[in-house]
Design a protein around this ligand. Sequence first.
Ligand SMILES: Nc1ncnc2c1ncn2[C@@H]1O[C@H](COP(=O)(O)OP(=O)(O)OP(=O)(O)O)[C@@H](O)[C@H]1O
Ligand SMILES: [Mg+2]
Length: 1007
Amino acid sequence: MDPEDWADIVNEAVAEMAGCVDRYGGTVAQFAGDSILAVFGAPIAHEDDPYRAVRAGLDIVGRVGRSDGASRGIQVRAGIHTGLVVIGDMSAGDLNVYAVLGDTTNVAARMQTMAEPGSLLVTADTYRLVSNDVTARDLGPVAVKGKAEPISVFEITSARDISTRRRGIPGFRSPMVGRDEELDHLLTLVDYAAAGSGRVTAVVGEPGVGKSRLIAELHDRVATVDGARWVVGRSASYDQERPYHLAASLVLALAGAAETDDPPIARKAVVKTADPIFGVDSPSTGYLLQLLGIEDGHPDDDPAVLHSQYDAALAGLIEGVATEHAPLILICEDMHWADASSTELLTGLLERIQQTTALLIIATRPDRDSHGWGIIARADRELGESFTSSRLQPLNPDTSRELVANLLEIESLPHDIRALVLSRAEGNPFFIEELVRMLVERDLIEEVDDRWIASGAISTLDVPDTLHGLLASRLDALPTDVRRTAMVAAVIGRRFEARLVASALQSVQAEGPSAVGGHLNTLEGHGVVKLAETRPELAYSFRHALTHDVAYESILRRDRRRLHADVGDAIADLYPERLAELSPVLARHYEEAEDPEQALRYLLLAGDTALSRHAMPESHGFYARAAALLAADPDAPVETKVDVALSQAEAGIRFTPADQTIAVLEEARDDAEQLDDTELLARVYALLLRVRTLLDENYANSAYREVMDRAYALAPLVRTPEVRAFLEGMMGQVLRSADEYAAAVELASGSVAPLEAAGRVGEAGFNAAITADVEASRGRFGEADRWITRATDLAAASGNPNVIADVELMKGRIAAARGELATALTHTRLGMETAEGAGNIQCTLVGNFLVADQVLRGGDAEAAIPHLERTFELGAYCNAEAMVALGHAWLAAAQARLGELDPDGFAAPLEKARAAGSRSGEASVRLHRAIAIAGTSPEDWSATFLDFERAVALYADIGARPDQARALHAYANALEAAGQTTDGRAKLAEARAMFDEMGITPDRVAA
Ligand SMILES: Nc1ncnc2c1ncn2[C@@H]1O[C@H](COP(=O)(O)OP(=O)(O)OP(=O)(O)O)[C@@H](O)[C@H]1O
Ligand SMILES: [Mg+2]
């Protein structure tokens, strides 16, 4: 063939291929000789881009390749892949050519070269997005250059027509949930129509809310009504500008033909239906065929006249069919995509329908700007009672849950995953389906023994790619400047103030705030955002969390950074008096803006603000983020680092595992040593002592002793009274847990005044409470009362729930030392609950431990057990080994009381207490063991008496006089029981004397 002729043929074929791409809203990105590269979904996204691409591909191989291609001697093949593409600057120049880069195009090209002539190959990534709508052959995996894993390939053999496309997850099906009222309403309308009172109704709702599903449900019900006829016309998203396509689809449906039927078959069907109505060879039938594009009209037909002919013919057809079938149910699906001319035709028929046996149902999204909306507006204005409309609302939480359960067929989805799905989907059934599909497809959940279990931790669910197009298309349909406004709004968050958007936009957009107001209106009209409130200021929110995510994700990374900075600046600018309150938000924006300086500033402010409100976990979180920023910056000043580490440790000390806090502090210690800064070091050591005390460590631990020795050396060198008091107060707490009562009281009590003077009221209160507790342990109840009163005042002044809880626990201990167990429990329980409410794990742990001790001493072994279990659980989390060990001794004591004595249950705790060098711990375990065994009246009392002796001696050594008296008392009772009356009486007298001297009472159930 002549090369020039050949070039003509190729050019013509290429132009035809481009036409197919254009028909489905794709973009031809490159022409290369005899091939084209097309993109769907960019620069403009549609909700069904993968389907569009497949339709275009099939048209290309089918029409261009097969029908006339063969005669022209050319062969065509096509390939599709779905993935991320980067498109060159679309605004540069007016060339309609985009640079499409990336791996995705290489894989698509590979599909094309692999395809047999006349066939269309797609990858699995594309197939899964269209699998509901096509028939295909699985060709199995093939190796593709540049890809580590083989890619599964499918040959698409045909695509379903839009009228038979369906949603849902293959293999997962739910009956319709909810919607009873709406369905009943439609059934009533069917009855009216059947009785000759024709009706028009609209089913309006957001995409995916269930309009089509409701209609499908109606269809199943109507199928059983005698004589009923069901006729569906529909619009496709890519046909909006194709005149009369909806009307044509209705005509075909009325004639019982399919849209895919070849023209001769369609013509036959139309003629067969029309002839009995209009008579043979009627011009009306001709107009119907023209409307369908099967017959050509006269070139000089007047369009206005033609329109009224179509109108009359369609009306006649409907009336004719309706007379034969009652009721006739006419559905216009997806009216929001209807073309203008069809809408006008149908609008003209509204009045007439009332006199027929027809029910016209219009399903549409609430797009007031769409051509299709016109018919609803008109019906609403003019039809009166004959027109009704149902607005489908999102499913309520119960119905949503039912839907999830139905889809998965098993109710037992892990609670947090279900909650995640429900909160992300917000009652939209389509979103629910797609999120569930994503969970299954990504193997995030799996079915094991009739239950769904999570395969790993899931804390977020991103937008399923099957939904991405639907959501993105709503944004992409908007003008650029409106889209820009939506993006800035998305950067602010799901909810945003109009004023803030305007202010943040100033740096990128010349138009003033008035333009922004208009944009927000447009966004509202398109259902992207909704009004959130008008007072105290105008604010909107994205209608769906998923829409917000998609808007945010559509921003290029480098733009995101700048926009976050703009938004941060705008917030700081607009609300200068609310910086502390807004600091968490500001910190996040500057973190996203990668502006470490501002981010640090607001993180510290946020940390301090949270700390001042005793929100420890939040505060800790902010400081930890600040510390991370500093760690990433090699030039960060060491002082700042130590400072932030101290804040972080202090905020986190009570609820993060101790080893984490120790690691933070040890790094700070090394930094402070390097700076040779005594004040900083003193603060670091004070906190190190506190964690180690919380760890329940003792002097026997060398790390602990080292820290304490260093603290003793440091304390005199510290110049600031406050810092010194902080350190010494902490040392006092350490000494208390080492049973060094005198030294503990001296240091702890001495710290109270300087701390109070420095405004550190909470710490002062805590140390006063510690002092009171130690005094009570020594039997000096007058001092104890004085200090606990002071502690109570200071705690109240601090308003810090952690300190209030601690003081309450100490009150409980003081009352318990006095033998007033009922009062003790009231305080202890209150302290424990306050701590739990404040999220203070450490203090909750101690609270449970103390409640167990006190109820056990009161004789209620059963009540002690749950508190001991909680002690073990929390103790394991906090590494409070000594407390857990003691708890086990008490558990053994409780079990003994319940008649299950296991003497070995005490052995390990005893060993532990001795190894830790804890005298009070050892005494306590021995005393409990002795009492437990004494209760069984053993043959041989010698070991038990030895335990009593040791316990008494240890308490005496420490100076724990109330405990000593109690041990003596129990010992006396045991001697009495063993028949050693003389010894028993002597010990009893000794104990009584001590009780009297201290003015306290013995435990009634001591032995
Ligand atoms: N009440 C319901 N019970 C169970 N499943 C439902 C319910 N409503 C909708 N679904 C399912 O959710 C999916 C989306 O519903 P449907 O296609 O009817 O939405 P739509 O409102 O027609 O959306 P669009 O505007 O995009 O056409 C479908 O798979 C449908 O089966
Ligand atoms: Mg629908």
